[in-house]
Design a protein around this ligand. Structure first.
Ligand SMILES: *Cc1c(COP(=O)(O)O)cnc(C)c1O
Length: 651
């Protein structure tokens, strides 16, 4: 780097980040090693002190026996091979990695997970995890607070969250819960439960607001509790027989011919886990309606039109999904507009759940929270950035607390090991409908009961046995770095700032290389993903542009046949599809790139673009005055020039 030092060392920088990770160079090796040795020893003493009178079962001379030695050498040999093979892993820790949604791991989480592993708690229930099940439920409340949901278990309407293997399963859980709550009032009607204020027809019952559905559920639980034990069993069975979970979709909808299968509405940008989810639920892919976007953000007008059509046609809607941080472009849907559209729809008798798929962007909410949990104004947030957050982005985060449920992935922007996803719903009382055993009805609402109920976690979650160590990792991380702007928020702040720097640098890159290529950031980033579209100057065909970007990406992706060190940077690609973009956006982007829109369908129905996930906290190395962002663009410029020299672009 030249004499120009782009970094002002006087700028007071938050040095907390220095202790958060093992570090690109393994800088914090002794810190991690000290903790691991300390807690491994601690675990061993725990074993010994359980019943100190029990002598060692493995003899003191056992380690000299040939069988022991043979086993040990086999084990070592395999472990050496594993360790050698793992050297081909993707270097997520490096600031040269800006590909997919992975980065270094937070030390508190990594250490908590490693420390917990030998205890091997199973969070399926408290019998197998007396300590870590509570941590999982607490982690759910920590996330609820970050999202703006009620998080005090002393309140009836407290949120509830649990961990899943990932965002995919959390999204599935959201579908399951929404369907249970939507169909339950219909079951109560079918069972003809007396004394309850039941809706007058199936359509109305299937379109209760979630809050009204929960009120009805609570009234039913109260009514049931007041019956004699024999009557209670009889009524419970009678209602259970009518429930969608009992009858299945076929039986339930056959019994209610006035109701059609409900739709799930999601933007075209939605993750493919939604397709998996509707299949798994048995609704089928036909019931997933993908809505157009405007600049890759859900188009509020299109949603309103769709809802009007559904209301007219008596077509029920199970849920509308909004994406907070799209997987491909990091864009943020107008959650406030989705809620407003639902409000309008309610007036027409059509109601549905609003779920936020914040698998990627969930932790960005920390920068919008004061330490006391209240919302920061746009001006307060904006003081730390050049452009972030746009008014639309701030409005989306401000509306989070009014949604019904959300998916957040601790294993993405939470910097924790796989697999940790999380599902959070705003009012935990709906969860009773997912319980595998119907004895749910006899629990009251005190905080003690709240924790007691969810200690049999396996009753409520899609999975069974699950890692207590992962729950400990999430909980401990949120304790060390509370989910507000002053603590955890330092991480997303660094990544959004890096994305702004990256965006500005990409625009300069486009000017500098204008003689050779058209380069364009197709959508101003809402968060920390930045894409770059490229087309050799003079070319008008999508197929040629794609070949060019594919050749660039070949240099930017893992190749297990080559030593890792031959790669300078890692990036990823995504594609823009004609049906996703819409005509206006296609025209804008194609004009900027010098491409012929006619070739879109003729040659190739998708345009490949480079995609960069800027979550590594060390993209700007203040210690040595290195910007890996500048280095990346220098590298990209070299590659573009050499590709242009070797590829013939048709005139
Ligand atoms: C990653 C992602 C998912 C899926 O999460 P997994 O943890 O990979 O199962 C769902 N939705 C969005 C928006 C995502 O970014």
């Amino acid at each position: 780097m030249s004499a120009a030092q782009p970094f002002n060392h006087d700028v007071s920088r938050d040095h907390t980040l220095d202790a958060c990770f093992l570090g690109p160079y393994g800088e914090n090796d002794t810190l991690l090693e000290k903790m691991l040795v300390e807690f491994l020893r601690d675990h061993v003493y725990w074993r010994r002190n359980f019943h100190p009178e029990d002598p060692p079962a493995i003899g003191t001379g056992a380690a000299h026996h040939p069988d022991y030695l043979a086993f040990e050498s086999r084990m070592r040999r395999e472990l050496h091979q594993l360790s050698a093979a793992l050297k081909k892993s993707v270097p997520f820790h490096s600031p040269r990695y800006i590909g997919h949604m992975a980065s270094d791991l937070l030390l508190p989480g990594l250490a908590a997970q490693m420390l917990t592993l030998p205890y091997n708690p199973n969070n399926v229930s408290e019998d197998a995890a007396p300590v870590t099940v509570d941590m999982e439920v607490q982690a759910g409340l920590q996330l609820a607070r970050m999202l703006g949901y009620p998080h005090d278990p002393a309140q009836d309407a407290c949120a509830f969250g649990h961990l899943t293997s990932g965002g995919t399963l959390a999204n599935y859980q959201a579908l399951r819960l929404a369907l249970a709550l939507k169909a339950f009032p219909v079951a109560l009607r079918a069972a003809q439960v007396p004394d309850l204020d039941l809706p007058h027809d199936d359509w109305t019952a299937f379109n209760l607001a979630q809050a009204d559905g929960i009120t009805l559920l609570t009234a039913w639980q109260g009514w049931l509790a007041a019956q004699t034990p024999a009557e209670r069993v009889r009524w419970l069975q009678r209602v259970e027989r009518e429930r969608i979970e009992q009858r299945g979709l076929v039986g339930f909808f056959a019994a209610h011919p006035d109701l059609k299968l409900p739709l799930v509405l999601a933007p075209v940008t939605a993750h493919y886990s939604w397709s998996k989810g509707v299949k798994l639920l048995g609704l089928g892919r036909d019931q997933l309606e993908l809505l157009p976007t405007d600049g890759m953000r859900l188009d509020g007008a299109a949603l309103r039109d769709t809802l009007e059509r559904c209301a007219r046609e008596h077509q029920p809607v199970l849920m509308c999904v909004s994406v907070l941080g799209g997987t491909e472009y990091g864009t943020i849907d107008p959650i406030d507009q989705v809620l407003a559209a639902r409000e309008a729809s309610r007036g027409r008798g059509l109601d549905f759940a609003v779920h936020v798929d914040a698998a990627w962007g969930g932790y960005l909410a920390t920068v919008f929270r004061h330490e006391d949990g209240s919302l920061r104004t746009r001006d307060e947030v904006a003081a730390d950035y050049v452009q972030f957050p746009t008014p639309a982005v701030h409005a989306a985060f401000a509306a989070l607390g009014n949604t019904d449920s959300a998916t957040v992935d601790p294993h993405k922007l939470g910097y924790l090991p796989y697999g940790s996803g999380a599902f959070v719903c705003r009012d935990h009382r709906a969860m009773a409908l997912l319980a595998e055993r119907a004895d749910y009805v006899f629990h009251g609402g005190t905080p003690k009961d709240y924790l007691a109920r969810y200690r049999s976690l396996g009753q409520f979650i899609p999975e069974g046995s699950k890692s207590g160590a992962a729950a400990a990792a999430v909980y401990v991380t949120h304790k060390v770095l509370p989910l507000d702007h002053a603590h955890f928020g330092a991480l997303p702040r660094a990544t959004v700032r890096a994305a702004e720097t990256f965006h500005a640098r990409a625009q300069r890159f486009a000017l500098e290389l204008a003689d050779g290529v058209h380069a364009l950031v197709p959508f101003a980033p809402d968060s920390n993903l930045v894409c770059l579209a490229l087309n050799p100057r003079g070319n008008t065909s999508v197929a040629t542009a794609n070949a060019f970007v594919r050749a660039l990406h070949d240099e930017l992706r893992c190749d297990p046949r080559q030593p890792l060190q031959t790669k300078e940077f890692f990036g990823s690609v995504t594609s823009l599809r004609a049906d996703m973009l819409g005509t206006a956006q296609t025209a804008r982007i194609f004009a900027a790139l010098g491409l012929d829109p006619a070739s879109f369908v003729a040659d190739d129905d998708r345009l490949l673009i480079l995609r960069h996930t800027l979550m590594n906290p060390f993209l700007i190395d203040h210690e040595n005055g290195i910007s890996y962002i500048d280095r990346y663009f220098d590298f990209l410029a070299r590659r573009v020039h050499s590709l242009l020299a070797t590829t013939a672009v048709p005139p």
